[in-house]
Write a protein that binds this ligand. Structure first.
Ligand code: SF4
Length: 207
């Protein structure tokens, strides 16, 4: 078993992945991921709750007043730019009968959608094998020596090379939760880490 596979199988035993059980509306996943750009999780949740309590779908948001969207998503960073993008995306999706693209090329054509956002929609809404690479998903594989990359795009390519395709869909969720609970950016809990023996980080916190 290669190292990447060992790490995935250990983390899988430690970390529950519950989102598979829920159906997630692709449009809401897309907008929420857009709101999460450069924004803390709690502010993303607040902004998306406020937005979707007033507008339930793309058709309604397509006709929304821009200032109204800005006010609702204000907890999110860069809310003015995001409000414009959200309304544009809503118009495109509404014209497409509410359907959100199921492929990378189609998603990348939407305003403000980069690879991370597109991959999130593919995994969390359409359940297609993809690897969204956010800060945790870039930081942790580099820290533990699984990859040596300079940016999230390179990390995505490397992870797709070393992790079997059937496991791609779980990677983001596993590393995000692992990064929040154990392998934190500062003072990781190495003394309590299930993959400590496989980790090459030189500055482990083993006290
Ligand atoms: S040993 Fe420490 S640095 Fe390595 S994966 Fe575990 S928590 Fe992260």
């Amino acid at each position: 078993m290669n190292k990447a596979l060992k790490i995935v199988s250990i983390l899988e035993k430690e970390i529950e992945i519950d989102w598979f059980l829920k159906h997630q509306d692709p449009f809401k996943v897309l907008i929420k991921t857009l709101l999460s750009q450069r924004t803390r999780d709690e502010n993303t949740d607040l902004a998306s709750r406020r937005l979707f309590s007033k507008f339930r779908n793309a058709k309604q948001l397509a006709k929304a007043n821009l200032k109204g969207i800005e006010t609702l998503i204000k907890p999110s960073g860069f809310y003015r730019v995001k409000a414009k993008r959200i309304r544009e995306i809503s118009r495109i999706v509404a014209r497409n009968n509410g359907r959100v693209p199921r492929d990378m090329d189609g998603l990348l054509k939407l305003p403000g959608v980069g690879r991370k956002t597109a991959n999130c929609v593919l995994v969390y809404a359409h359940r297609e094998p993809s690897i969204p690479v956010d800060t945790h998903c870039h930081r942790i594989p580099n820290r533990i020596g699984l990859v040596k990359t300079k940016n999230p795009e390179q990390t995505e390519i490397e992870l797709m090379r070393i992790v079997p395709k059937k496991d791609w869909i779980k990677i983001n969720e596993l590393f995000v939760k692992f990064g929040q609970r154990i392998c934190k950016p500062v003072k990781p809990l190495c003394y309590n880490c299930p993959i400590e023996r496989l980790c090459e980080y030189e500055d482990k916190n083993l006290k």
